[in-house]
Design a protein around this ligand. Structure first.
Ligand SMILES: Nc1ncnc2c1ncn2[C@@H]1O[C@H](COP(=O)(O)OP(=O)(O)OP(=O)(O)O)[C@@H](O)[C@H]1O
Ligand SMILES: [Mg+2]
Length: 237
């Protein structure tokens, strides 16, 4: 079985001596192409750290991460940047929109970066309309509500049709109606383009909509009966 994503004995330690934090401890995980997985766990359990490592924004202290069969640790910084841009879409907790660009240009930005890639204006329009922010396309991030900024960030993550979408609480700032719409859009995009989505959520109802729940506690993947149970997620490397 080929996995689009595989983590083998991944560990992440921050800081030194008395400041040492073992954020991830021996994570083994395999994700199939097209899977929509929820990542759940209490605050500080290591969810964002896990996404950052998978996305190559940070490097593991130990272990290996394979994305589309490539061990990301073997890539040079430059190779990793290109690999990330071509294959991974991020939605962060803090939106990370460019303040000097309007919504439309923020969404088009990942394509603008990738020389030679054609900007599909129709797809931008389709996404912004589906996310209900087409009328905000000329506004700047500081002119938008938190939920509108989050939707712009989601459109930006989807615009390159990345193989993997890493989303850190993408619906955290949305009302329940928009949350349902955004989940529908992510699911539809996942199906249509065979995308793999890993999404951190604190919302049990949202997690249940996903194909699979990966439960992280204290830097480890756990399975079995829990108050907010997961169906597993660990694997053997
Ligand atoms: N850059 C960093 N430097 C030092 N410690 C860090 C850093 N980033 C995270 N940590 C620590 O690593 C642990 C895991 O943090 P992480 O942000 O991954 O948790 P989380 O599950 O995403 O939490 P939340 O649900 O609150 O977002 C925490 O103890 C945190 O304090
Ligand atoms: Mg987090």
């Amino acid at each position: 079985m080929d996995y689009i994503l595989e983590l083998c004995h991944v560990e992440k330690t921050y800081g030194e001596k008395e400041n040492r934090v073992r954020a991830l401890k021996d994570i083994n995980l395999q994700v199939k192409e097209g899977e929509f997985a929820a990542i759940v766990g209490t605050s500080g359990s290591g969810k964002s750290t896990l996404l950052n490592l998978i996305g190559g924004l940070d490097t593991p202290t130990k272990g290996e991460i394979f994305v589309k069969g490539k061990e990301t640790g073997s890539l040079t910084r430059k190779e990793l940047t290109i690999f990330r841009r071509r294959n991974i879409g991020f939605v962060f907790q803090n939106y990370s929109l460019m303040p000097v660009l309007n919504v439309y240009d923020n969404v088009a930005l990942p394509i603008t970066f990738d020389k030679g890639k054609h900007i599909n204006r129709r797809y931008i329009e389709e996404l912004l309309k589906e996310l209900g922010i087409w009328d905000k396309r000329k506004k700047y991030p500081n002119e938008l509500s938190g939920g509108q900024q989050q939707r712009a960030a989601i459109a930006r993550a989807l615009i390159t049709k990345p193989a993997i979408i890493l989303a850190d609480e993408p619906t955290g700032n949305l009302d329940s109606h928009t949350t349902i719409e955004v989940m529908g859009l992510l699911k539809a995009s996942c199906k249509k383009y065979s995308q793999t989505i890993l999404m951190v959520t604190h919302n049990e109802g949202i997690a249940q909509i996903c194909d699979r729940i990966i439960h992280i506690e204290d830097g480890m993947v756990v399975s079995g009966a829990r108050p907010f149970p997961g169906k597993g997620g660990e694997g053997v490397c």
